[in-house]
Design a binder for this molecule. Structure first.
Ligand code: UDX
Ligand code: ADP
Length: 483
C-alpha cells in the first residue's frame, strides 16, 4: 500500500463520469501542485479516458479535450486502482451516480444510494490518517450524515489500532453539460457545506486558485445539500412554466419566442431558462425533483410534494404531446412512414442521453409503426440502441428499411449525415438544438423528402422563412403551424 506524502496535496476522485472527469480536469489545470487520481470500477471507461485519440474520450464537452491533453499524465491520472488512490488521498471526492431507485422502498422516486454507500465503505476501509471526504454528486438531504456514520464506524478493531479521522463536506456541482468547462472555470458560486472549519478552508483554498473568495459560500451540511436540490427544482420549474405557456400560445395564436423575450426582460424574472422545448432531460432535474417529492412526503409536507410533482407531470405531458401532434399532422397515421429525428442527446454539446426527450418521442413514434432515421453529431449508434431497447424495436440496415414497405412494425436506422436522415422521409423532427441544425440548407435538402413534408421544430431553431420557401410545412413549439 502506498503512503501519504505530507508535503503534497493529493486528491482521489471516485467516479470518472460527466461530473468527475470535467471537474477534476479543471482542478488539475488550475492547481498544478495537486496530484489527482480519478478512479472508477468501470475499466472500459477508464481506458477511454486514457486513449491517445482525444476524440474518443467517454465524455464530450467543449474545451475538455484541450485540458486533458495538457494535464493528463502530469498531475491528472485515470485508473482503476481505487484502494491505493484512497490510501494516499488527503481529499476524496465522491462523484458516483445516484440514479432514481427502480425497485424497493421509494422506487421511482428516491435516489439509489448503493454506489455512494459502497464508496463510503471503501474509503472507511482503505483511507489512512486524516481524510476529507467531499460529497459532490447530487444527494438527498442528510446523505452526508449517512456517510459520516459509515466512516465513524471504521476505527480499527485490531492492532496496531492506528486511528483514522474524517471530515465530511458537501460541495455540490452546478455544472451544466455542454457548458461544463465554462461553468467550472467561471462559477456563479462555489458552495461548501460542513462543520469542520479547517476542512472547509482546505477545500476553499483549492478553489481560490481561480475563483474569487466572495463567490465561495460556506453553509452547514444540510443547507448545502438542500441548495443543490432546490436550485435544480427552481430551474426545472421555469422550464415547465414556459412549456405550459407554449401550449397556450399554440392554441391562441401567441408566439412563445416573443412571449419568453418579453417576460425575460423583467429583471426580477431574468431571461435564462425560458426556452420552450420537448421538456427537460438530463440526469439531474427529474431525479432531484423526485427526491424533493419523496422527502416532502416523508416529512408529511403533502402540499409541497404535490407542488413539485406537478412540475414533473407537466414535463411528461409536454414530451408526450409531441408525437401526438406529428401523427395528427401526418393525416392521423405514421405507420410505415419514414421520419427523420435530428438530435438524440438531451441538449446540444453533449453526448449524454440520460432522460433525453428524444428517447420517449422516438419510442412513441416506433410504437405507431414509424420508420425512423436518427441523426446526432455526438451520440453513438450503440447508445441509441441501448436507449431504444432493441428487443422492442428493429434496428435495420438502410437497404432493409427501404424494402420494409407498409410494415406495421416500427424500425430505425442510424443516419451518419443529415442528408441520409432526410432520404424519402415525410417529416423532419428537430429535437436537440445542435448548431448544425440551425444551418440546414433547406432549399437543397428539401428535394430529398417525400411530399407533402413537414418540419417539426421542437426547439425553435430553424429559420421559418427558408423552410416555408422550400415548399415544406412548418410546425414550431409554442407557435403551431407557421404559414
Ligand atoms: C443541470 C443544472 O443546470 C446544473 O446546474 C446542475 O448541476 C445539473 O443539472 P444539465 O442538466 O446538465 O444541468 O443541463 P441544463 O442546461 O440545466 O438543461 C437541462 C434540460 O433542460 C435540458 O434538457 C435542456 O434542453 C432543458 N432546457 C434548458 C430547456 O428546455 N429550456 C431552457 O430554457 C433551458
Ligand atoms: P455523473 O453524471 O454523476 O458523473 P456518471 O454515470 O457519468 O454520473 O458517472 C458515475 C461513475 O461512477 C460511473 O463511471 C460509475 O462506473 C462510477 N462508480 C459508481 N460506483 C462506483 C464505486 N463504488 N467505485 C468506483 N466508481 C464507481
Amino acid at each position: 500500500m502506498k503512503k501519504k506524502d505530507s508535503q503534497k496535496t493529493n486528491i482521489c476522485c471516485i467516479g470518472a463520469g460527466y461530473v468527475g472527469g470535467p471537474t477534476m480536469s479543471v482542478i488539475a489545470e488550475k492547481c498544478p501542485y495537486i496530484t489527482i487520481n480519478v478512479v472508477d470500477l468501470n475499466q472500459e471507461r477508464i481506458a477511454a479516458w486514457n486513449k491517445k485519440d482525444l476524440s474518443k474520450l467517454p465524455v464530450f464537452e467543449p474545451g475538455l479535450s484541450k485540458i486533458i491533453e495538457k494535464v493528463r499524465g502530469k498531475n491528472l491520472f485515470f485508473s482503476t486502482d481505487i484502494d491505493n488512490s484512497i490510501a494516499i488521498a488527503d481529499i476524496v471526492f465522491i462523484c458516483v451516480n445516484t440514479p432514481t431507485k427502480v425497485k424497493g422502498l421509494g422506487a421511482g422516486r428516491a435516489s439509489d444510494l448503493k454506489w455512494v454507500e459502497s464508496c463510503a465503505r471503501r474509503v472507511a476501509s482503505k483511507s489512512t490518517g486524516h481524510t476529507i471526504v467531499v460529497e459532490k454528486s447530487t444527494m438527498p438531504v442528510r446523505t452526508a450524515e449517512t456517510i459520516k456514520i459509515i466512516l465513524q464506524s471504521s476505527q480499527p478493531m485490531n492492532p496496531p489500532y492506528k486511528e483514522k479521522t474524517f471530515s465530511v463536506l458537501s460541495n455540490p456541482e452546478f455544472l451544466a453539460e455542454g457548458t461544463a468547462i465554462k461553468d467550472l472555470e467561471k462559477p456563479d458560486r462555489v458552495l461548501i457545506g460542513g462543520d469542520d472549519e479547517k476542512a472547509i478552508e482546505k477545500l476553499a483554498e483549492i478553489y481560490r486558485n481561480w475563483v474569487d473568495n466572495k463567490k465561495i459560500l460556506k453553509t452547514n451540511l444540510w443547507s448545502s445539500e438542500l441548495t443543490k436540490l432546490s436550485a435544480n427544482a427552481f430551474l426545472a420549474q421555469r422550464i415547465s412554466s414556459i412549456n405550459s405557456i407554449s401550449a397556450f400560445c399554440e392554441v391562441t395564436g401567441g408566439n412563445i419566442i416573443e412571449v419568453s423575450k418579453a417576460i425575460g426582460t423583467d429583471k426580477r424574472i431574468g431571461k435564462q431558462f425560458l426556452r420552450a422545448g420537448p421538456g427537460f432531460g438530463g440526469s439531474c432535474f427529474k431525479k432531484d425533483i423526485l427526491n424533493l417529492v419523496y422527502l416532502s412526503e416523508y416529512y408529511g409536507l403533502n402540499e409541497v410534494a404535490n407542488y413539485w410533482q406537478s412540475v414533473i407531470n407537466l414535463n411528461n405531458w409536454q414530451n408526450q404531446r409531441i408525437s401526438r401532434i406529428v401523427i395528427d399532422k401526418l393525416f392521423g397515421t405514421i405507420s410505415g412512414k419514414s421520419l427523420a429525428i435530428l438530435g438524440f442527446s438531451f441538449k446540444a454539446n453533449t453526448n449524454d442521453t440520460r432522460e433525453s426527450p428524444s428517447i420517449n418521442i422516438a419510442k412513441d413514434l416506433l410504437e405507431e409503426g414509424a420508420k425512423l432515421r436518427i441523426h446526432d453529431p455526438k451520440v453513438s449508434i450503440d447508445q441509441i440502441e441501448k436507449d431504444l431497447n432493441l428487443i422492442e424495436f428493429n434496428k435495420l440496415t438502410d437497404k432493409e428499411q427501404s424494402k420494409q414497405e407498409f410494415s406495421n412494425q416500427g424500425s430505425w436506422i442510424f443516419a451518419e449525415t443529415i442528408e441520409k436522415a432526410f432520404m424519402d422521409v415525410d417529416a423532419v423532427l428537430v429535437l436537440t438544438e445542435w448548431e448544425e441544425y440551425t444551418n440546414i440548407q433547406w432549399k437543397k435538402l428539401s428535394k430529398l423528402l417525400r411530399t407533402p413534408a413537414w418540419v417539426f421544430d421542437v426547439r425553435s431553431i430553424v429559420e421559418p422563412n427558408t423552410v416555408i420557401q422550400s415548399g415544406l410545412q412548418l410546425w414550431r413549439i409554442g407557435e403551431g403551424s407557421v404559414s
